[in-house]
Ligand binder design. Structure first.
Ligand code: ATP
Length: 362
């Protein structure tokens, strides 16, 4: 059991700022996902928590104790990497038992813990085999078993599913989540895959350019991105972002459609001449009397729904809208739509940050 506090933690490699001062509390038993594109500083953050990387500023606490300068082996933390890092000359059982042997546990404790963890991960049939003869998914199960067997206070995972193919990824994702619920160990999980982050995290820390962009529950980050980077990065496709000219509650969009700003947003947008309108594909509602018109640019059938690609302005400004399956759309056809007023968001085009909804009091 562990609460992990990062207090203004930062990392510089020479002149390169890999992680800018970062504050984050990871609560006891929480599953936190560090999410962001390649090179944004996720792995470095995880390695600083593990003690595999020194910090160049700030401090790290576990359960209120400063561990900033403690070596990795004294941190009671287990780490699972993308690449299995199993010992090829040992059997699966020996691999899993290894950390307990290194800690000097008795044989009966080792037997009991190993059998518990192999049952949980359903790898009993492989105990006598060597890792090289297993599939990628099963090797990663063994690596998880070896990390879990120590019952660490915290569990750090760096893209543990990155090397697996799509089918395995999905089943392992569910498995890791289930293991977390059973063990309730504080977990920090690094991925660049936003679908994985949404599916697994109690909270997501979105990072870009060495900086935390937003921390929140998956649904909050999805519904209320704090800036345009998060809006684009989360969701597939990401949030539609369209710059419009604003005047007195009406937004003129590229292509000339006049969009009436929902009433509750009018105060927040007062005095702004340019704003970015943001909406998720599912906020777009086809409606022949809708205020916004566009031209069908293409569509993808997804089985249970159709993703329409619509051009607002001739062939440019393509946005995405989710429609029912079977919606007939001919490329080049003109369509109209409205937006669910509860699902629209606005951003400042200069700072790219979300405009807050001003709540009227009284
Ligand atoms: P990825 O998903 O590609 O691993 P990431 O978000 O985990 O990306 P980091 O690996 O933390 O990013 O790297 C952050 C930045 O720090 C990158 O620019 C990287 O090149 C740099 N970096 C990481 N480790 C070192 C190192 N040991 N020496 C110098 N620069 C490094």
């Amino acid at each position: 059991m562990a609460q992990i506090d990062l207090i203004k933690v930062e990392k510089k490699f020479g002149d390169l700022h890999a992680v800018k001062p970062m504050d984050l509390t990871i609560h006891n038993g929480e599953f936190v996902v560090l999410l962001g594109p390649s090179g944004c500083g996720k792995t470095t953050t995880l390695r600083m928590i593990a003690g595999l990387e020194t910090v160049t500023g700030g401090s790290i606490q576990i359960n209120g104790q400063d561990i900033t300068n403690k070596p990795a082996r004294e941190r009671d933390i287990a780490m699972v990497f993308q690449f299995f890092a199993l010992y090829p000359h040992m059997t699966v059982r020996e691999n899993i038992a290894f950390p307990l042997q290194a800690q000097g546990e008795t044989r009966s404790v080792i037997d009991q813990r190993v059998s518990e963890v192999v049952r949980m991960l359903q790898i009993e049939p492989y105990l006598k085999l060597r890792p090289g003869s297993l599939s990628g998914g099963d090797q990663q199960r063994v690596a998880l078993a070896r990390a879990l067997v120590r019952r660490p206070a915290a569990f750090l995972m760096d893209e543990p599913l990155g090397a697996l193919d799509a089918d395995f990824r999905e089943s392992m994702r569910a498995e890791i989540k289930r293991l977390h619920l059973v063990n309730n160990a504080t977990s920090v999980y690094v991925t660049h895959d936003q679908i994985e982050a949404m599916a697994m995290g109690d909270r997501i820390v979105v990072m870009s350019n060495a900086t935390v962009q937003q921390v929140g529950t998956p649904i909050d980050v999805y519904n209320n991105p704090s800036n345009m980077f998060v809006a684009r990065f989360i969701g597939s496709p990401g949030m539609n972002l369209v710059t419009g000219e604003h005047h007195a509650g009406t937004l003129t969009l590229p292509g000339g459609s006049q969009y009436a700003v929902p009433l509750k947003w009018r105060t927040a947008l007062e005095g702004r001449s340019k704003v970015v309108l943001g909406f998720r594909p599912e906020a777009l509602l086809l409606d022949e009397n809708g205020q916004v018109s566009a031209k069908v640019y293409g569509d993808d059938l997804h089985g249970s729904f159709t993703m329409l690609h619509l051009a607002l302005n001739g062939e440019s400004e393509v946005i995405h809208g989710r429609a029912e399956r079977g919606v007939a759309s001919k490329i080049g056809a003109q369509v109209s739509f409205t937006l669910d007023p509860e699902m629209v968001r606005f951003f400042d085009p200069e700072s790219e940050t979300a405009i807050a909804l001003e709540v009227r009091h009284g």
